[in-house]
Design a protein around this ligand. Sequence first.
Ligand code: ATP
Ligand code: MG
Length: 555
Amino acid sequence: MTATAPAPRTNFIRQIIDEDLAAGRHQTIVTRFPPEPNGYLHIGHAKSIVLNFGIAEDYHGTCNLRFDDTNPHKENREFVDAIQADVRWLGYDWGAQVYFASDYFERLYRFAVELIEKGLAYVCDLSAEEIRVYRGTLTEPGRDSPWRGRSVAENLDLFQRMRAGEFADGARSLRARIDMAAPNINLRDPVLYRIRHGVIHHQTGTEWCLYPTYDYTHPLSDALEGITHSLCTLEFEDHRPLYDWCIANCSVPARPRQIEFSRLNLQYTVMSKRLLTQLVSEGLVAGWDDPRMPTLAGLRRRGYTPAAIRDFCHRIGVTKADNLVEMGLLESAIRDDLDANAPRAMAVLRPLRVVLTNLPAAAPTQLEVANHPKRPELGTRQIPFGVELWIDRGDFSDDPPPGYKRLVPGGEVRLRNAYVIRCDEVIRDAQGEPVALHCSLDPDTLGRNPVGRKVKGVIHWVSAAAAVAAEVRLYDRLCQVPQPGSGGCDFRADLNPDSLRVLTGCQVEPILAAADPGDRFQFEREGYFVVDSDRTADRLVFNRTVTLRDTWGRG
Ligand code: ATP
Ligand code: MG
């Protein structure tokens, strides 16, 4: 499957790792992927997964899957499970153990005690709002909290009582004692611990009412796991001094190095978990795995393969430059994979009946066709042929535009893999709409060009007697503009109203009746399709993964 995927390119992070190894700073490389279980993984996370797990793979190191679960209010077990399933589906393995930042709560608490004992942390009674006001701005230094001078003994006592549950939410916090005048606002006595009563944590239950902040938890968790290179997105660049401060001031067993790279932004969709959550909770999509979502679960249901997503991540590379990647790049990755690997089939999405008026008695009832034009090893199959066929309504025109190469009254066209037919008569309903075409075939054109004339058009078809009915869901881009929600407007106004069109009564080759959810096909001349998980014993449902060519924006 991955035969066509290029070898991962080198990037500035791999160069740093090479230098570290050459200088003997590490024997083995340990990375981690640290999702917060407050939503499903999306294509942006895939960039981070492919980077972190890819480095571990190539350097024969390890990559930990660690849940960054310090905010129980928004996290839950469903997300923990979905994230694991998605990482595994992408093709990565985190070894015997899944890590949780919450596994370290006790040790993190002891590091906090160590900081207090060193005079490097204090219990502060300011409210969150007051802390914000005291913090100052980019141009003005902050002011010291009135509680900054508390004695070590008092801080230890209060911190222990915070843990014991004596104080209400927001009444007190533990803050690092760094520098209220630091030019970097992240160093102005950041909060390390906050009080949260009454939430049930998916891992630790009600054991804690004191929760460490991300900025405090992350470096220490990295250090406890012996992470060598902690790769994160650029918005954490300003947090790096705090990351290093935590490592330098706590007695940790290792010194991980944080390196930032730019996050993936993708056109025509949204990636913020807040907005994705909103799409789901407001019913604007059918769920986290709606095939229009940029989530891995959505892309999987849409028909994307893990190989195509990994290939896409390799194609975009890893840099520090902010970027907005064209949706066409993701689409071409799946198109290339499916073009090489998906078996072909014929499906008529908007059926129009064709009756062959001169089918010879000796004509074959089955035609043998290749499953893939370039890969004979994918074999052949029999497709039924008969007196009545379905063709696509769009392949017949009463009033053809210039250059139209398909069927017109009195005109000829080739049926793919079969004969040339001529449209002799159009049967119409009361409104004048065609309901059937009476056609004659040229018996000398099976696998041969007609003599004395050129027939340019080729259309697909299925045998009406043998075809199977199916529902086909034509998915398109989630949003109709490249940067939804830009300029401060509500991204919901940019949702594409035509992102899903459901066609019922489609007619497909009988062999497709045996297809299972997740099976992918190229429907000739239509695009790439996957069997949806809504498929049941008597209901066949296909999702369009992507069109054959990039025709977006061309109407
Ligand atoms: P939020 O914006 O809600 O904090 P997040 O996108 O940072 O969410 P996390 O679960 O914290 O989500 O992310 C896990 C890891 O994936 C982090 O290391 C993060 O930097 C990385 N990541 C998240 N989004 C992207 C993205 N768009 N491109 C690359 N990496 C990403
Ligand atoms: Mg995050």
